[in-house]
Design a protein around this ligand. Structure first.
Ligand code: A3P
Length: 330
């Protein structure tokens, strides 16, 4: 079945009855909630997060649509802000998956509606707090979106990582087919692609997702940093510095001399994370799957091996139509 019934509150079950729904990728249905597609259990967690999460000025929110580089962004941000605490020998990233170091708001922190965590006391010792999320900008908790000081736009910061939609589709298809229970029957790549192009994908439509964060990053550049996976692959060191600066942890001259940014880039690279024991044999960092499923290829342009020219043309048009004159282009 989809989600165990007892994991949903009565309120959630009532709500689902009223929402438009579509066939899902790894669960029977996706629901149209707050202008994006998501699953029953996620809706409940998102509502709980919106009700209860109190952002602190030092908080850092890492936002992505699934399969656009979340694991990488979590590793980089964690390594940057904690670089004084951990050296390269005893680094937590060597023994823990990034998702176990930076929890998702909707899958970890607020996943259980019977238990609202008290974040105020437990996490004070490890400032800044880092969280991941997949929700669109508009659905972030109010305390995240607002600034503590409107003049210089300080307060909790948001980093968005965007990836080209062709590779993101290929990545999400491979990943969710591993997660899809046999009881739901097969979902072909053609069917999945059609759903994707209609925007029917978890947290999608993808164009709305990226546009929401993009617009905010232009209006409030101190609040929201918009990064591209492809750019980061090309010059990781540059973006590690940019990210560090944005988060308020710029590299000192001495750290530059020591090559700390390069060290962090190496530590968090696809190759080095993939080779770690925790990521080769560990399990459960995301969705109870093997951690190795988070490290498939880590390349730019793998879509050429999977998409037909017709599919490329179709998705190109869909993206163009929906991104309009936003300056985002793929
Ligand atoms: P592919 O399926 O194309 O290989 P997410 O972390 O959001 O789930 O995204 C997963 C994608 O990011 C996968 O893409 C995965 O291989 C890639 N990835 C994981 N770790 C990475 C890293 N350290 N650097 C670059 N890409 C990484």
């Amino acid at each position: 079945g989809e989600e165990a019934e007892e994991e949903l509150s009565n309120e959630s079950r009532q709500l689902h009855l009223s929402l438009p729904k579509e066939r899902g990728w790894r669960t029977s249905h996706l629901y149209w909630f707050q202008n994006f597609w998501c699953q029953a259990k996620e809706i409940q967690a998102i509502i709980s997060c919106q009700r209860h999460f109190q952002a602190q000025d030092s908080d850092i929110i890492l936002a992505t649509i699934p399969k656009s580089g979340t694991t990488w962004l979590k590793a980089l941000a964690f390594a940057i802000v904690n670089r004084k605490r951990f050296g390269p020998k005893n680094h937590p990233l060597l023994t823990s998956n990034p998702h176990d170091l930076v929890p998702f708001l909707e899958y970890k922190v607020y996943a259980n509606y019977n238990h609202i965590p008290d974040l105020s006391s437990s996490t004070r010792s490890c400032s800044p707090r880092l969280f991941g999320t997949h929700v669109p900008y508009a659905s972030l908790p109010d305390s995240v979106k607002k600034s503590s000081n409107n003049n210089n736009d300080s307060g909790c910061r948001v980093v968005y990582l965007c990836r080209n939609p062709f590779d993101t589709f290929i990545s999400v298809w491979h990943f969710l087919m591993r997660a899809r229970p046999a009881s739901l029957g097969p979902l072909s790549m053609e069917e999945a692609f059609d759903m994707y192009c209609r925007g029917v994908i978890g947290y999608g439509p993808y164009w709305d997702h990226m546009l929401g964060y993009w617009k905010e990053s232009i209006e409030r550049p101190h609040k929201v940093l918009f990064l591209m996976y492809e750019d980061m692959k090309e010059d990781t060191g540059f973006y590690v510095r940019k990210l560090a600066e944005f988060l308020g942890y710029p590299f000192s001259l001495e750290q530059e001399r020591e090559g700390v940014a390069e060290e962090i880039s190496r530590l968090c690279s696809f190759q080095s994370l993939k080779e770690l024991e925790v990521n080769k044999t560990g399990k459960g960092a995301v969705l109870n799957l093997e951690n190795e499923s988070l490290f498939r290829k880590g390349e730019v342009g793998d879509w050429v091996n999977h998409l037909t020219p017709f599919m490329v043309e179709k998705l190109t048009k869909v993206m163009q139509q929906n991104l309009g004159d936003s300056a985002l282009a793929f």
